[in-house]
Design a protein around this ligand. Sequence first.
Ligand code: PRP
Length: 207
Amino acid sequence: MITELTHPVIKTLINQLRETKTDALRFRHIVHEIARLMAYEALSSEPLKEREIETWNSQRVFEFIDEENLLFVSILRAGLPMIESVTALFPKASSGFLAMRRDEKTHQSVIYYDRIPECRGKTVILLDPMVATGGSLCDAISVIKNKEPEKIISLNLIGSPEGLDVVDHKHPDIHLYIAQIDEKLDSNMFIYPGLGDAGDRSYNTPE
Ligand code: PRP
């Protein structure tokens, strides 16, 4: 299932990312903000669990998200600013990393590092700003499915309709939240109008 977020603050932040004058520091800052807003939305029906805590006047029971059940997985390298911001919300959540690179000729994704911990019973939240052909995300979801999580949520900032269709057809059982569905995939397999390469923009890597 795919949900496009419609919040005007999110739309404004996405469009600020498109501006070439947005430098790497500001770019990462905006990605932090959008990722956090998306996490609020994606976890809006997460069950709450009671826990007894000590407060200023007594021991009391209050409700919390079971953050130890959350596992955030960042797709390197563009997903790094996203994981920084969402793990700050849930310091007891665990994190995993999957490094993927799109072959510039074949446009196929290649996995070159997998540091995803045990997923059984967990809510896994995948973080990658971009869905172009959808190939990287499909492969990442397949890797995680093999580790038998309870459920998979994907948070993505910008995507092409074509790539999102591919992901939805191949993995209809995951819930994908996207901040902006753009116009199309162009002939170079880039999101159009898009915002450039989120990894390069985040870290000032020359092309
Ligand atoms: C980008 C992006 C996705 C992938 C999307 O990463 O962050 O992981 O491309 O493309 P796809 O949907 O066609 O598979 P990239 O390969 O540029 O690596 P990077 O994060 O190191 O920049």
